[in-house]
Design a protein around this ligand. Structure first.
Ligand SMILES: [Zn+2]
Length: 118
């Protein structure tokens, strides 16, 4: 059975289990984009996890373990990049103070369009 789903903000038709498909796609895409943004940082994430049921788009803890909601892959690619940059910046600043946003802005100048809490 084929069905229509959103991938990076665009409609695609897939066969089979959409959840497994999105999960796999999200994993590949997030890893790819992290590689692109990583040269901005002096450190690397310790672990990158794609989660199924998560109420946030992403998170980062004090051990530099990043998690992303697999549904992130349904969102427009610019927003996905924003969430990735946001979480990567939490490796440097665990809070949302001025220096955090300055760092986000130095990598993703358009961040005000998307500003999220977590
Ligand atoms: Zn945050």
């Amino acid at each position: 059975m084929s069905q229509e789903i959103m991938v990076l903000g665009k409609k695609v038709v897939i066969e089979g289990d959409p959840e497994a498909y999105l999960m796999r796609l999200c994993k590949t895409h997030v890893h790819e984009r992290i590689t692109v943004f990583l040269p901005h940082f002096k450190m690397k994430p310790k672990k990158i996890t794609i989660l199924k049921s998560h109420n946030k788009w992403g998170s980062c803890n004090a051990s530099r373990e990043l998690t992303f909601n697999f549904m992130l892959i349904t969102q427009p690619s610019e927003f996905v990049d924003y969430v990735i940059v946001h979480e990567l910046c939490h490796m440097v600043h665990l809070n949302h103070d001025r220096s955090f946003w300055r760092l986000v802005g130095s990598i993703f100048p358009d961040y005000r369009k998307y500003q999220i809490k977590d």
